[in-house]
Ligand binder design. Structure first.
Ligand code: PAF
Length: 279
């Protein structure tokens, strides 16, 4: 695997690709790689001649300095995993390489960036749009692979690509889960034993939301499940909402639309998200 740290090195790598290898599949990450990321690499390898992964902990998408400081960083283990997965190139830029001067661009993806994480993490999706558009500019992939655990992020990136007329196909990939159902996330590594145990309630709530939605008004389910979270001393709910899966606007029923239930919960100090599509 080739490791590039600068944009010039990426361009040099791209120029060296033979005709057969020229379709680029891209997996942007913030590192601390797990099986979920590796499934994205695998999906890219199936569809593209060359697979590029990036590891960059993007400061502009963190609205909380402590969250940025504690974000897990495991570069040596990540490189080993990517080599084993036969990734072709890893782009690992410095902050100065991506932001030689501050990125002042302001994006709007209303209404999908005004709800859920857009509401609770102000500026987060603007930072995601800044870094993803910059990385797309540098790597110029044909396809880019994103996990559906970050369902709202996938919709935002699809909107970004449309807004900027970028010639890249966004490929949403299924959520990978631990044996007890917890969605795989780099943040899981930050949970202590008790917080990790408590977090196992999250996927159970998602399953329960799906079951109950067949028979009970959605607003009542939201209330009931939020109360369940509150009973677990280590968990603190931020939201649990049923939304239209295209607009992310709240819905009252599941008739004639694709509905998704999304959750954000703190286990101790660690913020976790998950979702389940109902119909
Ligand atoms: O999902 C992530 O890891 C990040 O938000 C992304 C897409 C790599 C942008 O920094």
């Amino acid at each position: 695997m080739i490791i590039c740290k600068t944009i010039a090195e990426v361009l040099f790598f791209k120029q060296s690709l033979t005709e057969k290898k020229r379709t680029i599949g891209f997996v942007p990450t913030m590192g601390a790689l797990h099986k979920g990321h590796l499934s994205l690499i695998e999906a890219s390898k199936k569809q593209c001649g060359t697979t590029v992964c990036s590891i960059f902990v993007n400061p502009t998408q963190f609205n909380d300095k402590n969250d940025l400081a504690r974000y897990p960083r495991t570069p040596q283990a990540d490189i080993k995993l990517l080599e084993e997965a036969a990734c072709d190139m890893l782009f690992m830029p410095s902050i100065e390489e991506i932001y030689p001067q501050p990125d002042t661009r302001v994006f709007s993806f209303a209404p999908i960036d005004e709800v859920l994480d857009g509401l609770h993490r102000p500026g987060h999706f603007n930072g995601v749009a800044q870094v993803v558009s910059t990385l797309f500019d540098i790597v110029q992939p044909h396809q880019a692979f994103f996990g559906l655990k970050d369902f709202q992020q996938v919709l935002i990136i699809q909107a970004l690509v449309k807004q900027l007329h970028l010639p890249v196909q966004i490929v949403p990939c299924p959520i990978l889960r631990e044996p007890d159902g917890l969605a795989m996330s780099s943040r899981n590594a930050l949970l202590n034993t008790e917080e990790r145990k408590a977090a196992a309630l999250i996927p159970k709530l998602m399953q329960e939301a799906k079951e109950l939605s067949k028979a009970m008004p959605l607003a009542e389910i939201e209330k009931k499940l939020i109360e369940k979270v509150k009973k677990e001393p280590l968990l603190n709910p931020e939201y649990l909402l049923f939304c239209d899966a295209q607009t992310l606007q709240p819905v009252n029923d599941i008739i004639n639309k694709k509905v998704i239930c999304l959750i954000a919960v703190y286990s101790g100090k660690i913020r976790l998200i998950d979702n389940i599509v109902l119909s």
